[in-house]
Design a protein around this ligand. Structure first.
Ligand code: GDP
Ligand code: CA
Length: 323
C-alpha cells in the first residue's frame, strides 16, 4: 500500500475503537508522519502489577498481536496463570492471559526501576516491531474515577468488575491538574497538520487526554477532525451511549460533535446518521458522511484514508475561524 508521506498527523485514541482507526492510519502513513497519543486514565494496579489497558490495546493492534474477538488482550492467548490464580482463591474479575501477563510483569519491573511509562512503551514498541510513535498522554499517574449511584468507583471496578451497571453521575480524573503531557506529546501536536480524534469513548477515553494541562490549548485553532464512536444512537462496544443517557443526554452522533464542541473543525459520521449532518453544520462543525464501521481489517485503512483525504481537503480550503 502506498504510504502517505506529506501530511503530519496526530491521532488521539482510547482502547478498542481508537486502536482500529490508529491501526488503519498506521497502514497508510509513514512513522515520521504519524504519532498516536493514548489515554492512560484507565491504568490501574492489580495483583501488584501496573496495567495500562488502552496503551496495550493500541500497541497489540499495531503489532498485529491483538485478540480480534475480545478487542483487548493478545491473540492465541493461554490462561494457565489465571486458572491457577483462581484455583488458589485469587480474584477472578480481571482476566489476564499468560502472554499479556508478561507485558505487565516487565512494565511493572521497569517502572519500579525508575523508568517512565513513555520510555517503557517506546522499548516495548521496538520489541513488537511497531515503528510509529505511540505516546502515553502523560507519564504522571492520572486515574479515572466514575461517580455513580453506588459511590465513586475506580474505572476498572466500574467497567470490568461491575460491568458498567451502576448509573453514572460524573467523572473525576484524579491527578490530572498536576500532570504534565508525556515527552513529545505537545511537540507532535504543534508539528501536526491534522489532528484526528479516533472513535473512542468521549467521556472516559478522549476527555482525559484533552484534560492533561496544555493539550486542549495546543489544539486551539488547529484542524481537528473527530470520527464518531456513536452510530444510530448506539455505541458499538462499551458504555459510551449508556453514559450519555445517564448524564441526561440522548446519545447521537450530533451530541458527540456538540460534546467536543469548539475544538472540532470537522466531524465524520455514519451514513445512518445523515439526517443529523445539518445540525452538526449549524453547530459550526463541518460534517462528513461515510461508513464508519470498522468490523473488518480492510475497513480500518479505508476509513483512515477517507479521514486523511477529508483532512487534506480542509487544509486546502481552511474553514472559517473556529468559534
Ligand atoms: P475502550 O477504551 O476499549 O473502551 O475503547 P475506546 O474508548 O477507544 O472505544 C470505545 C468506543 O469505540 C465505543 O464508543 C464504540 O462505539 C467505538 N467503536 C468501536 N468500534 C468502532 C468502529 O468500528 N467504528 C466506530 N466509528 N466506532 C467504534
Ligand atoms: Ca479504555
Amino acid at each position: 500500500m502506498q504510504k502517505n508521506k506529506r501530511l503530519k498527523i496526530v491521532a488521539l485514541a482510547g482502547g478498542v475503537g481508537g486502536a482500529k482507526l490508529a491501526d488503519g492510519l498506521a497502514q497508510l502513513v509513514s512513522p515520521d508522519c504519524l504519532t498516536i497519543i493514548v489515554n492512560t486514565g484507565d491504568d490501574f494496579e492489580h495483583l501488584g502489577l501496573y496495567i495500562s489497558p488502552d496503551l496495550d490495546t493500541v500497541c497489540y493492534n499495531l503489532a498485529g498481536i491483538n485478540n480480534p474477538e475480545t478487542g483487548w488482550g493478545r491473540r492465541n492467548e493461554s490462561w494457565n496463570a489465571m486458572h491457577n490464580l483462581v484455583a488458589l482463591g485469587g480474584p477472578d474479575w480481571f482476566n489476564l492471559g499468560d502472554n499479556d501477563l508478561g507485558t505487565h510483569l516487565e512494565r511493572t519491573r521497569r517502572l519500579g526501576a525508575g523508568q517512565t511509562l513513555s520510555q517503557i512503551t517506546r522499548d516495548f514498541c521496538h520489541a513488537w516491531g511497531i515503528h510509529h510513535p505511540i505516546l502515553p498522554m502523560s507519564d504522571d499517574v492520572i486515574q479515572t474515577w466514575v461517580d455513580t449511584e453506588q459511590g465513586q468507583l475506580l474505572f476498572q471496578e466500574y467497567f470490568v468488575r461491575l460491568k458498567c451497571q451502576p448509573r453514572v453521575k460524573g467523572f473525576e480524573f484524579r491527578g490530572i491538574k498536576k500532570a504534565a503531557p508525556a515527552p513529545g506529546v505537545l511537540e507532535s501536536i504543534f508539528q501536526a497538520d491534522l489532528i484526528i480524534i479516533c472513535p473512542s469513548n468521549p467521556w472516559v477515553s478522549i476527555q482525559p487526554i484533552l484534560g492533561v494541562p496544555g493539550i486542549r490549548d495546543a489544539l486551539t485553532g488547529r484542524v481537528v477532525v473527530a470520527v464518531s464512536p456513536i452510530i444510530g444512537g448506539q455505541a458499538l462496544k462499551g458504555p459510551a451511549a449508556k453514559m450519555y443517557r445517564e448524564m441526561g443526554i440522548k446519545p447521537s452522533a450530533l451530541k458527540v460533535a456538540q460534546h467536543y464542541g469548539s475544538i472540532l473543525s470537522a466531524f465524520i459520521m455514519d451514513s445512518t446518521d445523515q439526517s443529523q449532518a445539518g445540525d452538526v453544520e449549524a453547530s459550526g462543525i463541518r460534517p462528513m458522511i461515510t461508513n464508519i464501521l470498522m468490523n473488518e481489517i480492510p475497513e480500518r485503512a479505508r476509513l483512515a484514508k477517507e479521514t486523511i483525504q477529508f483532512g487534506e481537503m480542509l487544509l486546502r480550503a481552511p474553514l472559517k475561524e473556529k468559534s
